[in-house]
Design a protein around this ligand. Structure first.
Ligand SMILES: [Zn+2]
Ligand SMILES: [Zn+2]
Length: 342
C-alpha cells in the first residue's frame, strides 16, 4: 500500500479526510491497521480553537487494531497481533521519566493518527490485547487508565469512602464504576443532563443529583449525615470545571480530597477559602493523564469485564463522518463518540 486515509485538523472548524503517503517503517516501529477508535476532548482542542495549531495535525489517540507490518528490530510483536497503544511516547530518560512521571515527560510525543486507516508507532508503546477481547473495549483503555490513576494513585479511594463524581460525561461514568470497584460504599453522581444521570444509575451510582433542581452541596451533606464526601472527582471540563471545583470544595468531608480531573478552558481562576482547607484539612489536587502501569491495569479490567463501556461509547460513526463526530462530541446527544474505522 502506498497511501491511506487519515483525518487532519487544519484550523478551528476545519477537519479533512485526506490520503496520506505511507512513510517507510522505522526499524523499531510496527504498522497498525486501525479498526476501532473514540473521540476524546484532547482531539478536539485544535478543531475547537482551544489550542493554537502551528501546523495541520493528525488526531485520534484512543484506538485498537491489528499489526500488519513490523520493523526489522521489533521483537515483541508479529503481523496479525491484536493491539492498542499509549496515547504518547515518553523519552524514558528525562528527569520526569526517570522518576516515573511519564505523563509529564519533557520530550513527550503524542501518538496521534487513530482517526486514520493506519498508524505507525514504536513497539515500546504498543500493548497486546487478549484474543477474546473486542477491539471496541480495547479502544477504551486510555481513558480508563487516567481514571484509574486518579482513583488509585492520586486520590486513592478507600473501602467505606463516599465518592462524589461531579460531571457524568464518559470519564465521570468510568470514575463511578472504578470507585465502586475499589470499595466506595456510597457513590454520588452530579450532572445537569437527565440522560447522563440515568446512565450513571444503571452503571451503579447510589444517588444522582441534578444541580438545576436541588442545591448539590446541601444534597451531598444530606446524603452523608452532614459529614460531606471523602473524595470529589471534578470531571466536568471546559468552562464549567472552575465553578464546579468551587462547589466541590464546599461539599468535602473533614480530610476530604478534591481531584481536579479535567482542564479548564478558557482559563478561569477559582475563589478559595483558605480556612476551609486549613480547618477541614482538605487536599486539593489534580490528575493529568496516566502511566504505563495504569494502562496495563485498565486493559486487564476491561478484558475481564469489570468496567462497562457499552453505554459510554456512543453514538457510533464511520471515519467518513469524522467532522460530524467532532461537532457532536460532548453535546447532550453524545457520550464518547465511537469511530468505526472498519
Ligand atoms: Zn483520551
Ligand atoms: Zn521523558
Amino acid at each position: 500500500m502506498k497511501s491511506y486515509k487519515a483525518a487532519i485538523v487544519y484550523a478551528p472548524g476545519d477537519i479533512r479526510l485526506e490520503e496520506i503517503e505511507k512513510s517507510p517503517l522505522k526499524s523499531d516501529e510496527v504498522f497498525i491497521e486501525v479498526h476501532k477508535a473514540n473521540i476524546c476532548p484532547t482531539d478536539l482542542r485544535g478543531y475547537r480553537g482551544v489550542k493554537q495549531l502551528d501546523q495541520p495535525e493528525k488526531v485520534g489517540h484512543e484506538f485498537a487494531g491489528y499489526i500488519v507490518e513490523v520493523g526489522s528490530d521489533v521483537t515483541q510483536f508479529k503481523v496479525g497481533d491484536k493491539v492498542t497503544a499509549l496515547s504518547w511516547t515518553p523519552c524514558y530518560h528525562c528527569q520526569k521519566c526517570t522518576r516515573g512521571k511519564y505523563s509529564a515527560c519533557e520530550n513527550r510525543k503524542m501518538n496521534m493518527g487513530g482517526f486514520g486507516e493506519y498508524i505507525a508507532l514504536k513497539e515500546s508503546v504498543v500493548y497486546k490485547i487478549p484474543e477474546h477481547m473486542s477491539l471496541e473495549l480495547a479502544s477504551c483503555t486510555e481513558p480508563l487508565a487516567s481514571v484509574l490513576k486518579a482513583n488509585i494513585e492520586v486520590t486513592p479511594v478507600q473501602a467505606g469512602d463516599t465518592v462524589v463524581v461531579y460531571g457524568l460525561g464518559p470519564m465521570g461514568q468510568l470514575h463511578l464504576q472504578v470507585a465502586t470497584l475499589l470499595g466506595a460504599t456510597k457513590v454520588i453522581g452530579i450532572d445537569l443532563l437527565t440522560n447522563r444521570l440515568e446512565i450513571a444509575s444503571k452503571l451503579g451510582a447510589d444517588h444522582v443529583i441534578n444541580p438545576s433542581k436541588v442545591d448539590p452541596i446541601e444534597e451531598v451533606l444530606r446524603l452523608t449525615d452532614g459529614e460531606g464526601a471523602d473524595i470529589i472527582m471534578v470531571a466536568v471540563g471546559g468552562r464549567a470545571e472552575a465553578p464546579c471545583t468551587e462547589t466541590a470544595i464546599k461539599m468535602a468531608a473533614y480530610g476530604g480530597k478534591i481531584n481536579i480531573f479535567t482542564g479548564t478552558y478558557p482559563h478561569k481562576s477559582i475563589e478559595l477559602d483558605p480556612n476551609l482547607v486549613h480547618y477541614k484539612e482538605l487536599i486539593i489536587t489534580g490528575t493529568r493523564s496516566y502511566n504505563p502501569k495504569m494502562f496495563e491495569l485498565a486493559l486487564d479490567l476491561l478484558a475481564n469485564g469489570k468496567v462497562d463501556v457499552k453505554l459510554i461509547r456512543e453514538p457510533e460513526i464511520s471515519l467518513d463522518d469524522i467532522k460530524t463526530g467532532f461537532e457532536i462530541h460532548g453535546t447532550k446527544d453524545a457520550m464518547k463518540v465511537a469511530v468505526n474505522i472498519r
